[in-house]
Design a protein around this ligand. Structure first.
Ligand SMILES: [Zn+2]
Length: 436
């Protein structure tokens, strides 16, 4: 369907990401239509796509050659059939890295992503241009739900450097700015806030920790932004409230990963809709059994990657799927909540665990909660790092330590360390718990 808006999208989307090519505008228009499909139609689409993918993987990707899930099954739903398939773990991919790709070899126009660098040896993932274009189109559909369009004035504060000159030119042509605020001192942050006042963006995008780190300076400088878009890290309720207070902004989160991309976006009603056309999300319990309405491990099947297929990939996140509906009218599956990463917990010698979600919930009213980090060194040693002044912190730190002792036993040694800056990953993420 021709509309002026679709025309603008077909101009601005390739400008945002030339590697996605000109087809991205058409893919976007298709997704605008399919978001209003009813549940049945979406399931039919997923069913057809996952069957094709698995058939292809069995015949062309050595790792999957013995998998034969659909043979002899006619009366099961695709979710039931998929559940008979093994779970793909990061270790499996690392151990079989040469057998995860299609035997047809890497095509000429292939985009190679590496991922998993923060949790071990990186994994190489091949993406076709068409697949990346679809991810782009889905990303911008998700943003359109909260009023962000490819030409909307926006600032990205993720730390990926300033890029090449033509990259910067492209960024400016699409009304975007990139600010690298990673590791800035407070004086530098005030400069960045001044820059934000000058640019006056409609939205700001970045990791939760960077957005928070810049927030005090923005608050002090009177920066007001309509919407803050966060990704890459858990956005706990207290983070959301704090970002809202600091920027006077509505806050949205989107969920993606390098391996697959564009997985879920918050709509205008704040529900996280999964990009059903591109990915099947399952949530399984500790025995690997799919479940709804309860927290469990998230498994992802990328319906569009035939070069490095990901089928039931355990991404390392915990979430809840729900069958409830959203007032927006879209019947795309809902991710009720994300509850953190499976490895983000501290543990004692008897195996008792405390997750990052526990700390975020238990201490949500603390001033200090944005400024602490728990680093587990061994089964009975934790460093409690914090940024900020010790007078304010003392009682809150004591409270955290006594809770750790209550839950994990008095043998757990907790050393308080005041630091200039918490530990960030190479990509600028800051996790509440680091388990060494
Ligand atoms: Zn909705």
């Amino acid at each position: 369907m021709f509309t002026i808006e679709n025309l603008l999208y077909s101009i601005f989307l390739p400008l945002n990401n030339p590697r996605a090519g000109l087809r991205v505008g058409r893919l976007y228009a298709d997704l605008q239509k399919s978001q209003w499909y009813d549940h049945r139609a979406l399931e039919q689409l997923q069913n057809a796509k996952v069957k094709c993918l698995m058939e292809y993987a069995r015949n062309n990707v050595p790792f999957y050659k013995d998998y034969n899930a659909w043979e002899g099954k006619t009366d099961t739903t695709f979710r039931e059939t998929l559940a008979t398939y093994p779970i793909l773990k990061k270790e499996d991919i690392r151990a079989n890295s040469l057998h995860m790709h299609t035997i047809t070899g890497m095509p000429r126009a292939c985009i190679v992503a590496t991922t998993g660098g923060t949790t071990g040896k990186p994994i190489e993932v091949w993406h076709s241009r068409k697949n990346r274009a679809l991810v782009d189109a889905a990303t911008w559909r998700g943003r359109s739900w909260v009023g962000i369009k490819p030409w909307t004035r926006g600032v990205n504060v993720q730390s990926f450097g300033r890029g090449s000159w033509y990259g910067r030119l492209r960024v400016r042509l699409t009304n975007k700015w990139i600010m690298d605020v990673f590791g800035q001192t407070y004086a530098e942050k005030l400069q960045s806030a001044k820059e934000l006042l000058r640019i006056s963006p409609k939205y700001l995008e970045g990791f939760v920790s960077e957005t928070l780190a810049l927030g005090d300076a923005c608050y002090a400088s009177g920066v007001q932004i309509d919407r803050v878009l966060t990704t890459g890290e858990m956005l706990y309720q207290h983070n959301r409230d704090e970002i809202k207070r600091l920027y006077g902004a509505e806050v949205s989160v989107y969920y993606g990963c390098n391996e697959i991309g564009a997985m879920a976006f918050e709509c205008e009603h704040g529900s996280k809709h999964i990009t059903d056309e591109h990915v099947i999300v399952e949530v399984v319990d500790e025995n690997g059994v799919p479940q709804w309405e309860k927290p469990g491990r998230i498994l992802l099947t990328d319906l569009d990657n035939y070069l490095t297929p990901f089928i039931r990939y355990e991404v390392g996140d915990i979430g809840i799927l729900t069958r409830s509906s959203c007032p927006c009218g879209r019947e795309l599956t809902l991710l009720k909540d994300l509850e953190g990463r499976t490895q983000d917990f501290i543990i004692n010698a008897s195996g008792d665990k405390l997750s990052s979600l526990f700390f975020a919930g238990r201490f949500k009213d603390m001033k200090l909660i944005h400024r602490i980090q728990l680093v587990q060194r061994s089964l009975n040693e934790i460093d409690l790092l914090y940024e900020g002044s010790s007078e304010v912190a003392e009682s809150e730190l004591e409270e955290i330590i006594s809770e750790i002792h209550n839950r994990l036993g008095p043998e757990m040694q907790v050393s308080i360390k005041q630091v200039g800056q918490l530990i960030y990953t190479g990509r600028g993420k800051c996790r509440l718990i680091i388990n060494l």
